[in-house]
Design a protein around this ligand. Structure first.
Ligand code: FAD
Length: 377
């Protein structure tokens, strides 16, 4: 008889939600995390009374009522609606591309005028390709222009994408951009989902609620005492890196990462919005996040005298850096499938979450996945 039913490696959203439901079913769980805090990437650090999203801005969004009701049963969510703004050479444009953007870009005021302008620009892009004897877009630059035209591409897509990928759009494959949705309505709400928001009091409240009755140990790396941890529980739920679990025997999976430069600013309101994208190439960061706007609205912004911003720099990943975005190219997909084959043969280990499945997951699908493990058919 082992000490625990489950050892859960990683206290991110996957591990914490798994522990919550397992505990509800009467299972004895221990959650360990190598970081000095719980919560994985949704962890917030409180600075000057502001919840700072330490591992990148997180906005919860879903159309799944069961998921939304579940997270709200742990902590109530606010009404934050993501409406990013783009700054191109000092001029501001609303995102996602909608009637506000088209008005700011061309001065058009009706959906018909906007559509005509977009169609004109798309036709010009096709004509430019045909003049070069090309029928299919050869790269991301051509693809984007065929989908949305030159003006929006050059001002709102080109520089941002080049900073994100660290390569010129002419060197990036066309398939990266499959669709560029446009809205012919005045609607700056970024997400199409039915529900969105941020936990009132921050994401730590969500994690604290999930792990309220569960034993946890932070600053504890599974690999530092692997033998011990492997024998402490009947089953392991592993949410760390799958390649590390197998001692990198086939090689290391690659990632892209983001570097954050954080500043405390001695004024209550720096940019008037949580998210501002910098879309010109010459500004080295991609976005500035002003954290207080996720949770403070109206007068609350001014009742808190300081503000905290993070500049985001998209960076090539190296060993030792935070592993944020999996690289879903041929080499890495093949490598992952080799590790997955080993994982599928494990009797007592459940691999889950973004690192163990080498997959980008938003938060809601992570919750959905765990709900399915416990209550799915
Ligand atoms: P994680 O949160 O990474 O948790 C894994 C945990 O395992 C970590 O705490 C880690 O320390 C621990 N661990 C790893 N190895 C070991 C070990 N050997 N021993 C002990 N512990 C270990 N989703 C949205 O829905 N909306 C957003 O706006 C959004 N923004 C994002 C922005 C960025 C920059 C990124 C990278 C992701 C964003 N996401 C967003 C996705 C969201 O972060 C993930 O869905 C979520 O964090 C996944 O949870 P997880 O438990 O799989 O992973």
């Amino acid at each position: 008889m082992k000490l625990y039913d489950y050892l859960i490696v990683g206290s991110g959203l996957f591990g914490a939600t798994f522990a919550y439901f397992a505990h509800k079913q009467g299972k004895k769980c221990l959650v360990i995390d190598k970081r000095p805090h719980l919560g994985g990437n949704v962890y917030c650090e409180n600075i000057e009374g502001i919840n700072v999203h330490k591992y990148g801005a997180h906005i919860f969004h879903t159309s799944n009522k069961q998921v939304w009701d579940f997270v709200n049963s742990i902590v109530e969510f606010n009404r934050y609606t993501n409406s990013p703004v783009a700054n191109y050479k000092g001029k501001l444009y609303n995102l996602p591309f909608n009637m506000n953007t088209f008005y700011q870009m061309w001065g058009v005021t009706t959906p018909e005028e906007a559509q005509t302008k977009i169609d004109e620009q798309k036709a010009e892009a096709v004509a430019r390709m045909q003049a070069d004897g090309v029928t299919e877009p050869r790269n991301l630059e051509e693809q984007a222009q065929v989908l949305i035209g030159k003006d929006i591409y050059e001002k709102l897509i080109k520089g941002y994408t080049e900073k994100q990928w660290g390569r010129r759009c002419t060197e990036l494959p066309a398939f990266i951009i499959k669709r560029l949705p446009v809205r012919l309505v005045f609607d700056n709400n970024y997400f199409n989902d039915k529900y969105q928001g941020v936990p009132i009091g921050g994401y730590n409240k969500l994690i604290e609620g999930l792990l309220a009755d569960i034993e946890t140990k932070t600053g504890t790396d599974f690999f530092e005492n692997r033998r011990y941890w492997e024998n402490i529980a009947d089953k392991i739920v592993f949410t760390g890196k799958i390649d590390e679990f197998y001692d990198y025997r086939y090689g290391k999976l690659n990632y892209r990462t983001v570097r954050f430069e954080q500043e405390i600013i001695d004024k209550p309101n720096y940019q008037g919005n949580a998210v501002v994208n910098y879309t010109e190439r010459d500004i080295p960061y991609t976005r500035i996040i002003e954290h207080k706007h996720f949770e403070m609205f109206g007068q609350q912004v001014y009742d808190c005298p300081k503000t905290v911003i993070s500049k985001e720099y998209s960076t090539e990943w190296e060993d030792g850096m935070e592993s944020y975005y999996p690289v879903n190219d041929k080499t890495n997909t093949k490598l992952y499938s080799q590790y997955k084959e080993l994982a599928d043969n494990e009797m007592n280990v459940i691999f889950g979450g973004r690192l163990a499945e080498y997959k980008y997951y938003d938060m809601a699908p992570i919750i959905e996945k765990v709900l399915n493990i416990f209550y799915g058919k």
